[in-house]
Design a binder for this molecule. Structure first.
Ligand code: PLP
Length: 394
C-alpha cells in the first residue's frame, strides 16, 4: 500500500494567483514596465530604515509578546486617536503584515462551512484565506455604472444587505478597495454596522488603504462609529502608507473579548513580529505624516494622468478611484483578461494584472498600479494605447 504525498483536499480547490501567472511569464523579458503588483516604487524612507538599524544595534533581536511590543501598541493607539478614532491599547494586536492580520482574525473567527460574504472584484487573498479555512465564500458584485465619460464602481447596498443573511458569519469589506478603488460612505457603513449588530455578523474591515485616499486625510472607517464590543475587526498594514511592503508589519484592532484568542493564534503562526521591525513601525507612525502627504500628492497626479491617458483610448472605460493605487479599467470586447494581459506583456512589454484575478466580476478589466514615476507611467500608457489600437483589446 502506498500513500500519495499530496496536500489536503481543500488545497486542490485553491486558485493560484493569476497576477503571479503573468508575472512569471514576464521573467526574462527585457524592458518590461511592471505595473502588476500593488506596491510603491520607492524604497522605505530613511528615517524608518534608521529606526530599524538602531533597534538592531541596541540588540532588539529577541522574542517578544504575541501582541507586539508595548511601545508599538501604544504608538498605534495614539496614531489612531489622532485620526479621531478611540482605540484602546489593549485592543491592538501587532501582526507580521496585513495578510497575516487577516489570517489571524479569520483563524480566530471562522469554522469550516461558515458563510463569508464579500464584494467582488476583491483582493484575492480575502477569498483565499476564507477558503483555506474551509469557509464558504459568497460574493456580491460591484458594478461599473454612470455615464461613459465618468463611470464609477458601486455596490447596490440592498443587494449586499440581502446577501448578509441570518447565519452569515462574516462580511469582509475592503474600502478603499483593491482593485477598484471603491469607497464606502459613512452612511453605508452605519447601515452595515446596524445590520451586522442585528444579526450577529462579524465585520472584517480591511483598512490597509485608509490613508491612500485622494480628497481627505483618511477614509471613513467602521472604527470611527463602532462600539468597543461590536463584532468588528479592523485590519491594517504599514505596507502601503509608509512604503514598507517588504517589512511585513501590520496590526489588528479587535474587541477585548477576542484578544485572548488572537494571542494564542499569533503564538501558533509567527509567535511574534521582529522587534527591530516594530521599532521601524513606531518611527513611521510618529514621523510619517510628511511622507504620506508627499506620497499622496504624487499618487494624485499619477491617478489623474493614468485616468486621462487610458480614458482617451477608444473602447476603454476608466473609473476614477477615490482611494488605493490602482486604475481598474474595462476594455470593450475583452472576454479573456488573462489573454489580454499576456498579449500586453509580450506585445507591448507592460505588466498588468488581469481583471479575472479578482473574481469573475473583474473579467473584461485590467488593473494598473499607478504608484510609479511619471515617465514610466507615460511610457506604459503609450504602449497600452498602441497595443489596443492594433489588437482591438482581444
Ligand atoms: C486589500 C489588501 N489588504 C491587505 C493587503 C496586505 O498587505 P500586506 O500583507 O503587505 O500588509 C493588501 C496588499 O496588497 C491589499 O491589497
Amino acid at each position: 500500500m502506498s500513500y500519495p504525498a499530496v496536500a489536503r483536499a481543500a488545497m486542490e480547490g485553491l486558485d493560484g494567483s493569476l497576477i503571479r501567472t503573468v508575472f512569471a511569464e514576464g521573467a526574462g523579458l527585457e524592458d518590461v514596465i511592471p505595473l502588476w503588483f500593488g506596491e510603491p516604487d520607492v524604497v522605505t524612507p530613511g528615517f524608518i530604515r534608521e529606526a530599524a538599524k538602531q533597534g538592531l544595534d541596541a540588540g532588539r533581536t529577541f522574542y517578544n509578546s504575541n501582541f507586539g511590543i508595548d511601545e508599538l501598541r501604544a504608538a498605534i493607539a495614539q496614531y489612531q486617536s489622532g485620526l479621531g478614532r478611540s482605540v484602546r491599547f489593549d485592543g491592538v494586536c501587532v501582526t507580521a503584515s496585513g495578510v497575516n492580520a487577516i489570517m489571524l482574525a479569520c483563524q480566530a473567527l471562522l469554522d469550516p462551512g461558515d458563510r463569508v460574504v464579500l464584494p467582488e472584484p476583491f483582493w484575492p487573498n480575502l477569498a483565499g484565506i476564507s477558503r483555506v479555512l474551509g469557509a464558504e465564500v459568497a460574493t456580491v458584485p460591484l458594478r461599473l455604472r454612470g455615464a461613459a465619460w465618468s463611470p464609477a464602481w458601486s455596490v447596490d447596498l440592498d443587494e449586499l444587505l440581502a446577501a448578509l443573511t441570518p447565519g452569515t458569519r462574516m462580511v469582509m469589506l475592503n474600502a478603499p478597495a483593491n482593485p477598484t478603488g471603491w469607497m464606502l460612505s459613512r452612511a453605508e457603513q452605519e447601515v452595515l454596522l446596524a445590520h451586522g449588530r442585528r444579526l450577529g455578523i462579524w465585520i472584517l474591515a480591511d483598512d490597509v488603504y485608509e490613508r491612500v485616499v485622494f480628497d481627505q486625510p483618511a477614509a471613513p472607517a467602521f472604527l470611527d462609529i463602532a462600539h468597543a464590543d461590536d463584532r468588528l475587526v479592523s485590519i491594517n498594514s504599514f505596507s502601503k502608507s509608509w512604503a514598507m511592503t517588504g517589512w511585513r508589519l501590520g496590526w489588528i484592532n479587535a474587541p477585548s473579548t477576542l484578544m485572548p484568542a488572537l494571542g494564542k493564534i499569533s503564538e501558533f503562526n509567527t509567535s511574534c513580529t521582529p522587534p527591530f521591525v516594530q521599532l521601524a513601525g513606531i518611527a513611521a507612525l510618529q514621523q510619517g505624516e510628511p511622507f504620506i502627504a508627499a506620497t499622496m500628492a504624487r499618487y494624485r497626479a499619477m491617478r489623474d494622468l493614468a485616468c486621462a491617458r487610458l480614458g482617451s483610448i477608444p473602447g476603454v472605460s476608466v473609473p476614477v478611484p477615490g482611494g488605493a493605487m490602482y486604475s481598474f479599467f474595462a476594455v470593450e470586447g475583452c472576454t479573456d483578461s488573462l489573454a489580454l494581459a499576456r498579449s500586453l506583456l509580450h506585445g507591448a512589454h507592460v505588466g498588468l494584472a488581469p481583471g479575472r484575478a479578482f473574481g469573475p466580476a473583474g473579467e473584461g478589466c485590467l488593473r494598473l498600479c499607478f504608484a510609479v514615476a511619471e515617465d514610466r507611467l507615460q511610457a506604459a500608457c503609450d504602449r497600452i494605447a498602441d497595443h489596443l489600437a492594433h489588437t482591438g483589446g482581444r
